[in-house]
Design a protein around this ligand. Sequence first.
Ligand SMILES: C[S@@+](CC[C@H](N)C(=O)[O-])C[C@H]1O[C@@H](n2cnc3c(N)ncnc32)[C@H](O)[C@@H]1O
Length: 237
Amino acid sequence: MSDEQTYNDLDQFSADVNYFRVEWKMFLSDPGRASALLHAARGVEVSRVLDIGCGSGQEMLPFVAKGALGFGMDVNPDAGKIGREMFEQKKLSERVNFLVASGTHIPFSEKSFEVLICRVALMYMNHQLALAEMSRVMRPESILILKYHSPYYYFRKFVDGLRYRYFNSAVHASRVICAGFIYQLTGKQFFGRLTAGGEIFQTRRTIRRALHNVGLKCRSEMPDSNRQTPSLVIVKE
Ligand SMILES: C[S@@+](CC[C@H](N)C(=O)[O-])C[C@H]1O[C@@H](n2cnc3c(N)ncnc32)[C@H](O)[C@@H]1O
């Protein structure tokens, strides 16, 4: 199953226990993902890693296995439950902490982490607040690995929704597309039912601008980067 197929099956906040377990399994079945994460952080001495909107926190695993402390944050309490269970199976549960918290209020002091991860979770947050928080807790030489949603993700979700008669999914995608265009034109993210609860897409241009606003810039792309869900390695400017 490709990344894109998995994400296309998701609706907003539909990430559930089953999803968290599946993501963990998919991560373990593709060792290239762990190597890519370690490669992105080459040259950085990683003692603390934070995963924002972590799900089961599988992306922290390669760093935690090498001795770092892992912190997973998610607004869904089930995420931490499954995450703890998964790390326990690896005999690494003592090196991870899971918190119920929002990416827009990261409960750590500034410059706390060498590696930050935010994988397909930014779209549910207030982008500017969340990116500002990420920048605040990054140490000077740290990296942020950010996988976000482009308009192509929602176009495809809309078309698939119509084709396979997932009409709720198509309606949701169309709302996000409208809210995304408003964001492109005004730079504003509107929250409310009509605008899909604030969910928007980012283009390469707007993500670059949003990153620059909080003192961050893109250094490179991860191997799993694709047109629908680009995956960037981000550093301090
Ligand atoms: C699509 S899942 C991705 C989970 C995980 N990053 C992964 O790659 O498997 C999105 C996650 O973001 C979480 N989330 C949504 N809004 C959030 C917020 N404001 N702060 C932190 N996490 C949030 C959801 O609960 C969900 O677990």
